[in-house]
Design a protein around this ligand. Sequence first.
Ligand SMILES: [Zn+2]
Length: 210
Amino acid sequence: MTEAPTTAARLGLLVCHTCGLLSRPSGAGHDLACARCGAGLHARKPDSISRAWALLLAAYVLYIPANVLPVMETGSMFGAQRDTIMSGVVYLWTSGSWPLALIIFIASIVVPGAKMAALTVLLVSVQRRSTWRPQERTRLYRVVELVGRWSMVDIYVAAILAALVQFKALATIQAGPGAIAFGAVVVLTMFAAESFDPRLIWDPVKESHG
Ligand SMILES: [Zn+2]
């Protein structure tokens, strides 16, 4: 039996999420405030699991129109055309622009899907108070957070547009409703990851150590 490590929660200490000040609240009240900056104090992000679930479920729902509806509507002298993310990828692939097709496919279909799957695994395991591989799950969370910081929607959209303009010599380009849904998916998963408190992964582990 290994000795349980000392944690702030075990010592009755709280860290301010805003300024980082460590404080020892005297009472067990619900309206604790940081002595230095006045921000609310709590041992874990409030309603972390239900907030993250709500945002994640909304992202799942919007993932469908993001992939089914056209992300752009283009008009040229050959007539109007609507492209979904996938049809854009297929078009680029068949016209020989494999690297670009691959980048867009990974960035706009694989990565958001994998992020939502990872957040689902984290949320389900925390809800079931699982003690399974906490270190790996923490690492998974870090990757999801890192990816969120790097997924800049406008860059992908600009890449798709630039590529298609080059290929089709288009006259007019308009973002379709799918683009809005896609942007919402990216933002919602970012907020879901932000709402999730990774310390919840370690709470059941700590308890099982006694
Ligand atoms: Zn503070």
